[in-house]
Ligand binder design. Structure first.
Ligand SMILES: C[S@@+](CC[C@H](N)C(=O)[O-])C[C@H]1O[C@@H](n2cnc3c(N)ncnc32)[C@H](O)[C@@H]1O
Length: 222
């Protein structure tokens, strides 16, 4: 449940959005059954739109789970575009392969099992869209490692900007509020906070937070 937007705002967003297809509904019910933290449909739609708007053709995802967010990226890619899905857990990627195959999106997907940052290092080419949805504690070091392989005008999206299983909105608010005492934050909340702080100061990116799902940090390389 999005703790940021009002119930009415969420209802409105759902009412004006297209109906989900069968594969999406199946993925959403699997996420619910397993209590698995996908980006969710509202953030998913924003990710698809950002993929289209940025005219991305080469995307890379850190932490794909069973392919929910990759489904949205793949939908936004043009024919011939590709998204690299990564996860440490091969069972998740087997599920992702099956879903994307049945959605008719498998020709745009590359599946890589292992540590996302090590897999990323093995790719020599640059990307025009990167999604972070692994552990927030790794966002900042991984940002420093990937920023030079993002093409000019490329988009970096990070999930859990404002909430999540282990990310506290109150903690983040106190971290950035100059009138607040220094809060004690768990490692993932601190990971998000330090990532946002670095981007706030980094003039080579324009960054904005979209409060959909658990919050998307959207940064464009300028
Ligand atoms: C929040 S879930 C991903 C959800 C997915 N993006 C979606 O929206 O459906 C995080 C996933 O990242 C994986 N993960 C965490 N750290 C990772 C790393 N360093 N490299 C690869 N996968 C990682 C976990 O196994 C888990 O499946």
């Amino acid at each position: 449940m999005n703790p940021i937007l009002s119930k009415d705002a969420l209802k409105f967003l759902d009412l004006v959005s297209p109906e989900p297809d069968e594969i999406l509904l199946e993925m959403e019910s699997l996420a619910k059954e397993r209590n698995f933290p996908t980006v969710g449909p509202r953030a998913g739609m924003a990710i698809e739109l950002l993929t289209i708007l940025s005219r991305a053709t080469k995307a890379f995802e850190f932490g794909s789970g069973f392919g929910y967010s990759a489904y949205w990226i793949a939908r936004g890619l043009p024919p011939g575009g590709s998204v690299v899905l990564t996860d440490r857990d091969p069972i998740e990627l087997d599920l992702a392969r099956n879903f994307l195959d049945r959605a008719g999106l498998a020709d745009k997907a590359i599946f890589e099992t292992g540590n996302a940052s090590e897999i990323f290092d093995n790719y020599s080419e640059q990307f025009d869209l990167i999604l972070f949805d692994h552990y927030n504690r790794d966002y900042l070091p991984d940002f420093r490692a990937v920023k030079n392989k993002l093409l000019p005008g490329g988009v970096l999206i990070a999930d859990n900007a404002m909430s999540g299983l282990t990310v506290s909105f109150e903690g983040l608010l106190s971290f950035f509020d100059p009138d607040s005492e220094d809060p004690s934050l768990n490692e993932n909340t601190l990971g998000t906070a330090n990532y946002l702080l670095e981007l706030k100061k980094d003039s080579s990116f324009k960054t904005f937070v979209i409060p959909l799902g658990d919050g998307l940090v959207v940064s464009v390389s300028v």
